[in-house]
Write a protein that binds this ligand. Sequence first.
Ligand SMILES: CC(=O)SCCNC(=O)CCNC(=O)[C@H](O)C(C)(C)COP(=O)(O)OP(=O)(O)OC[C@H]1O[C@@H](n2cnc3c(N)ncnc32)[C@H](O)[C@@H]1OP(=O)(O)O
Ligand SMILES: CC(=O)C(=O)O
Length: 528
Amino acid sequence: MYVQLYDTTLRDGSQGEGVNFSLQDKLMITKKLDEMGFDYIEGGYPLSNEKDFEYFQKVQELNLKHAKVCAFGMTRRRGVDASEDVGMRALVDSKAPVCTVVGKTWDLHVTEVLRVDLEENISMIRDSVSYLVSEGREVIYDAEHFFDGYTANPEYALQTILAAQEAGANLIVCCDTNGGSLPERLVRILNEVRNKVTTDLGIHCHNDSDVAVANSLAAIDAGIVQVQGTINGIGERCGNADLISVAANLALKYDDHEVLTQGNGISHLTELSRYVYELANMNFRVNQAFVGRSAFAHKGGMHVHAVNRIAHSYEHIDPETVGNERRILVSELSGRSNIVAMTTKYKLDHDQQLMTQILERVQELENEGYQFEAAEASFDLLVKKLAGTYEPKFQRIHYRVNVETAGQTDPLTEATIKLTIDGDGPVRHEVGEGDGPVNALDTALRKALLPTYPNLKGMNLVDYKVRVINSTQGTAASVRVVIESKDENDVWSTVGVSENIIEASWLALVDAIEYKLFKDDGDVKHSV
Ligand SMILES: CC(=O)SCCNC(=O)CCNC(=O)[C@H](O)C(C)(C)COP(=O)(O)OP(=O)(O)OC[C@H]1O[C@@H](n2cnc3c(N)ncnc32)[C@H](O)[C@@H]1OP(=O)(O)O
Ligand SMILES: CC(=O)C(=O)O
């Protein structure tokens, strides 16, 4: 059976705290979802604001291949003719081929929130749906608070959706608006309802009980034809059902269900997830099922040992089927298998003694506060050092960092560096200024190294993180600095640990620069 996916990232997703898509973001996401084969895209609420109204004008120029664009709104206001209601007019004026109308199911909401009588609410539903049908639109009726309403007053809840059915709704969507339902209740109610309505049913779950995806899958087993949700599960409060997980589960775990067959869907889910995070200006959730960076990251030594032999021994699917990748991490929890996996590219695995030596050194350093799983470039340099193939690219004689405050101006930071490139060679002595100590050190170091290593011009620091790793010791505690660097081809991370934040930064900085130079010489192989 084909299951329709209805994406409401641009409407319900926008109701998530901190989410605000620009008009351009909305159009770009629409295009992406269409390419992936999503069936319905709820673009926004045209009555709500100018941006959403304009979206529906602009989206007509996109020439979508498959997806139908839906405009969202509520039933007509109390006591107003549907044809004169501003919300109804906004839906019609949006020119969207599909209108999705939300109406009240729960008698509590009708009498205490809307403050209309039960009959008027039924009329509001019937009038709104039939008006939009008469305007030639496909109408999806979202029955808000369906499961809570049905539990409180099943007869009335049923009357509301029968009104939508009689008025010509194409689909009735049962919404778990407060996200409080568990699968057992949801399926029981859907089974009861399915015997009493002839219109196709859909499901719209919120994640307040952390089971929105499980509820959506259970609803499919109970015969619904459409799942509504958002990319990455963003949305009001705890969010909506994550369509990434819904789609991946349906495509990969069921023999008799299909999704996203009209596009390049499943194998691009990881890319889609990250695209939406980027446009929403949100951090990726590393442990997100299927598409997170850690979704197939193996850390425990016993796991890595098994994965090296049979990948699926610790993986529920092949990561590539959703566009993700397997990663092996090194840490104090590693066994020799992790080290073997991480050094395969250097073909050192025949040297069991070296493997053990690397493992012991990683464990020692992690005990001091290093963390190699986020600094694979420093790990590669460590391997080189222990394998005896490391020749330093320069030797530090000393550095000095000065921070000066004068009057009301911002502090001035200056770093001086003294080094030699090859031991006996001439001493280079350079000064650099910067916004802070690390920036000043980086500037001075580059000045000293650039005449010999001009390729450092193409390298930049892109991120700098500091963490206190033994906070019980106050200012004497160690700090861990992780630096992310990039050039035109790669991004890599390095780590330094010291009781002195400048020295920790220096160690991470030196690793970053040496890694770049070894990489360009082909002496380390980039795989981060
Ligand atoms: C479950 C959901 O996610 S539904 C979607 C929720 N999304 C949003 O609210 C985001 C967009 N909303 C908005 O931009 C605004 O709330 C608007 C434009 C829709 C309405 O704004 P306002 O007219 O200022 O009303 P306000 O938001 O304060 O209150 C909602 C009004 O709609 C009424 N209303 C709520 N649901 C319905 C409904 N299903 N049918 C008819 N009227 C409804 C309420 O009774 C209230 O009207 P009242 O003050 O006359 O009692
Ligand atoms: C329609 C909707 O967003 C809800 O009921 O949650």
